[in-house]
Design a protein around this ligand. Sequence first.
Ligand SMILES: NC(=O)c1ccc[n+]([C@@H]2O[C@H](COP(=O)([O-])OP(=O)(O)OC[C@H]3O[C@@H](n4cnc5c(N)ncnc54)[C@H](OP(=O)(O)O)[C@@H]3O)[C@@H](O)[C@H]2O)c1
Length: 338
Amino acid sequence: MRILVHHERAERWCDALRQRLCDTASTKGSRQGESSEQPSEPSSKQAPLEIVADDGEMLGDVLVVWAPPAALFERHRDHDVKAILNLGAGVDSLLDNPALPDDVPVLKLSDAGMASHMLDYVRYGLLHFRRDFDRYARQQADTQWAPHRVVRAHQYPVAVLGLGAIGSQIAESLAADGYPVHGFSRSAHTLQGVTCHHETGEGGRSLKQVLGDESLGLKAVINLLPNTPATRDVLNAEVFQALPDDAVLINPGRGSSVVEEDLVAALEEGKLRGALLDVFQHEPLAEDSPLWHQPRVIITPHAAAPTPVAEAADQLADNIRRIQRGEVLTGISREHGY
Ligand SMILES: NC(=O)c1ccc[n+]([C@@H]2O[C@H](COP(=O)([O-])OP(=O)(O)OC[C@H]3O[C@@H](n4cnc5c(N)ncnc54)[C@H](OP(=O)(O)O)[C@@H]3O)[C@@H](O)[C@H]2O)c1
């Protein structure tokens, strides 16, 4: 069985997968930070594995990809591809690929170490605003010495939009940090210490209803929704107006959720206090975007939670072993787009 890897640093991924799946000698004893699981020796029924970087011509039985060109799938049109394994948590660019076959399961990375990076990012953003670092930076520019009252975590209710593999861990961790946390997802969830709201089915509430609920007293909205048709432009002028005054937006999810013009307007009119943004409608962010020069915005270049190779390769190797054993894989929902 041939595993074909399409990625700008494909050889790095190939090496990591070979170490886990083919190269018994190099995985004896566990290296720090890597899985201690030993590679499975192929049984007599399993085809031997070949793990190769995409050279633009070869065919693969399993495609391990990040943002591949349509040509990759076109080349495989008459080939029996068993699965497409996405090298990230977001499958939006893959689902937008016009040549993506509709009868092959697509699997995405589920956390795979990204939640830990994401938690650092979100905690930084919350501390920045809760402990007034934005205000102190402005005061420094004006040589102004004026301490603010400390706002404690339990006085700073936050909303976490999206309670998936990453979002659920962020919500529970922030609740453990002492923040009152309101989670929002499509279907109902139960999470430790988190008040969970959902959109569909019995008891469902819209995003605007939740974010505009004055009784929650939200200070921060953390967006971890995926990019799907249903989440596009959901953070817009109407929602910003419904939020309590002085709330902040932290967006490491997807830029497609935010109407950037409405965000700039809400910041300029002082409705929103500030924003920490990692993702944008178009990336890289255009040089002439007003967001670059908006003093209440901090911009990072889609760097909140890069995929850690070791953890991701462990998860990919597990999935490849399951494919080798002929197990049926449950992929993402094409209907819901995540
Ligand atoms: N900036 C970075 O570096 C970076 C790194 C990794 C990931 N990300 C982003 O973070 C996102 C979240 O990752 P994840 O692994 O937690 O995603 P995930 O496991 O796919 O979970 C998505 C969550 O969003 C909810 N959702 C989907 N559509 C919705 C809708 N229309 N209304 C309300 N809730 C909806 C889902 O609800 P249900 O639970 O009911 O299905 C689920 O809780 C990814 O999609 C990716 O875009 C960014």
